[in-house]
Structures are given as structure tokens and as C-alpha cells.
Design a protein around this ligand. Structure first.
Ligand code: AKB
Length: 322
């Protein structure tokens, strides 16, 4: 498929999703057209630095964001700046400052300078009173974590800017994202990444989430596909905007453990449940209904647990075992 030329800014380009999204966008639109936005202390390195422009783009500094957008004539912003659920619970004020004050800055710049904006929401936007099995697109969203509060606000504020000012805002509710390039930091679903690193390093894995706790998950290539395909979707087909339920799989710790043991039978896992992570996980859906995303813009994941596990183990073994 040939996509229309875009000039894109990725805010949070050195994070777990940003580092891979920036490279995928550069592959599609050309390196020079995708700016890696970073904050002090998290400068791009390696291929991220070598394959396209980079700019200081702290989401809490509206002027800096506006300057980058003007300088590079940006027409789409992927705003990935956020604290993950566990860190946000420990630093609620900072989570609000980055997630919501930062989003406000991005939306204002987008309104003034005419950019489209993608800002991820999350399964964290749901809470204990949400139906947990096949959670519908439109349902109760009363989370009791600061992460959840910022994600529901993200959806509402993004809708507001679309309805009031016509800013082309779009969003998905990401499940736990599993990747092998940049580690996540401080999420409830991080165990599903960490378990692969332990397996490949030949270490016993200490699981912080109780057996039987189901959460939705997605492999990074599908997460990138979701973000880019939604941003490229025909606006006329979008009934929902902020944000779409998307999922690729739902599993509990015993299932990912069993999948890894198919090729690494000596791998061992024990449990040491982390009460904060467990209480957050218990409040999130067991499985999402993502039929609206499938119908409105053709969402279709490519990786299930089995296919993802083969790829994760191959990639990590190639990198970590010398
Ligand atoms: C987290 O665990 O905080 C994130 C998420 C599901 O949004 N990975």
C-alpha cells in the first residue's frame, strides 16, 4: 500500500513503544520525515539517532513542541509521553503533569498548527466496575488508579478537541505490549516481557501476578500496526475515535509459562505476588471485545501467544546469548 507523505513527530521516541514506532514510521514515510522527540537524559542512540532527525520535545513544554512542529512542518504527532500504571500510582502528580497537562499542550499546538494527534489510551482506563469478560467498546470507565484517571481523561480531552475544534485525534486502548527492543518501565503487564528475558538468561522467573489473572496483551509489531493503521484510516469510516479497544490475545501467567516451556522445558517460574500490581491487574478486563476496531478500520492482529513466543525467544537468544 502506498501511503500519503507525512511529516511526523514522535513524542517519547526513546520509550518502549516510541523507539520501535519511530523506526517503523521512518521505514514507511522515509527517515527524514519522522522526527524523534526526546527529553533530556533520554537522548536517542544507535539507529534511532542515525536514521532521521531528532529534537528535544518535552511534552510539558508547549513552546518547545510548537517550535519543533513549525521547524519540521509536522502534520501528525504521535504523543507517547506517559508514566505506566505502577509508576503513576507512586507519582500521581507527575503522571497528571505528563499525561494530561502534556496532552493539553500537544492538543493546543495541533489546533493552532493543524496536526493530527495519536495518544494511546489503555486497558487501564477500565476499572473494577467494568464488565471483565469481552469488555465492550462503550462501557463503564471508573478506574481508581491515577494511570486510569489520566487515560480516561486522555480519551475525553481528545474527543473534546475533535468535536469542538476539529482536531483529528485518534487513539487505541492498548493492552500490555510485549517487545524485545526497549524494556517497558513500571507497568502492571511488564511481567509478560520480563518472563522471556529470564527464560533466555537461564534464570528462574519470579512472577509478581497471581496464577489465573487474565489480561489482554499484544506483540509490538501488532501495536505499531494498530497505531499506524488507525492514523491512516479513512475518517469517514470512524464512528469511535478515542479510543478503540484493540487486543491480540488474553492469557494468565501459567499459559505464557507453559508456552515458553515448550521449547525450554527446564525453565522455572515461582510466584511472589506484588500487592499493588495484583490489585491493578484485578481491576482490569480479562478480555476485550475489539469488534468496533475490526469493523471501522479493519483491525486484525497477526500474532497470538504461540507465534509471539517463538519470535520473542529467537530474537532475545540472538541478542543475549553470545
Ligand atoms: C501498564 O501495565 O501500565 C501498561 C498498560 C497495560 O497500559 N502496559
Amino acid at each position: 500500500m502506498i501511503l500519503p507523505m507525512k511529516k511526523v513527530l514522535v513524542i517519547g521516541a526513546t520509550g518502549q513503544i516510541g523507539s520501535e514506532l519511530t523506526m517503523e514510521l521512518r521505514r514507511i514515510y522515509g527517515g527524514a520525515n519522522v522526527v524523534a522527540g526526546y527529553v533530556k537524559g533520554a537522548e536517542p542512540k544507535g539507529v534511532l539517532r542515525e536514521t532521521g532527525p531528532m529534537e528535544l520535545a518535552d511534552v510539558t513544554d508547549a513552546e518547545a513542541i510548537a517550535d519543533v512542529v513549525k521547524k519540521h512542518q509536522i502534520d501528525a504527532i504521535y504523543n507517547l509521553a506517559a508514566l505506566l500504571s505502577v509508576v503513576a500510582e507512586n507519582k500521581p502528580k507527575l503522571a497528571w503533569k505528563i499525561g494530561i497537562d502534556g496532552l493539553w499542550n500537544v492538543l493546543e499546538v495541533a489546533r493552532e498548527l493543524g496536526c493530527a494527534v495519536f495518544t494511546p489510551s489503555s486497558i487501564g482506563s477500565f476499572g473494577a466496575s467494568t464488565p471483565h469478560i469481552m469488555t465492550p467498546q462503550d462501557t463503564v470507565q471508573r478506574p481508581r488508579t491515577m494511570y486510569g484517571v489520566t487515560k480516561v481523561t486522555t480519551e475525553l480531552l481528545s474527543d473534546y478537541y475533535f468535536l469542538k475544534y476539529g482536531v483529528d485525534t485518534r487513539s487505541v486502548r492498548f493492552p500490555g505490549i510485549i517487545s524485545n527492543v526497549t524494556p517497558p518501565g513500571g507497568g502492571t503487564t511488564d511481567y509478560a516481557v520480563d518472563i522471556y528475558y529470564s527464560a533466555v538468561r537461564g534464570e528462574q522467573f519470579v512472577c509478581p501476578i497471581k496464577a489465573g489473572t487474565y489480561m489482554d496483551m499484544m506483540y509490538m509489531p501488532d501495536a505499531l500496526k494498530a497505531a499506524i493503521e488507525l492514523m491512516e484510516a479513512d475518517p469517514a469510516s470512524l464512528i469511535h475515535r478515542n479510543g478503540f479497544n484493540v487486543t491480540a490475545m488474553s492469557f494468565e501467567p501459567e499459559q505464557i509459562y507453559a508456552e515458553i516451556r515448550k521449547s525450554m522445558p527446564d525453565f522455572k517460574m515461582i510466584y511472589e505476588v506484588d500487592p499493588l500490581k495484583q490489585s491493578i491487574a484485578d481491576s482490569w478486563p480479562d478480555s476485550l471485545d475489539d469488534s468496533c476496531a475490526r469493523q471501522e478500520w479493519g483491525w486484525q492482529p497477526q500474532y497470538d501467544l504461540q507465534k509471539m513466543t517463538v519470535d520473542m525467544l529467537d530474537k532475545l537468544k540472538a541478542r543475549l546469548i553470545k
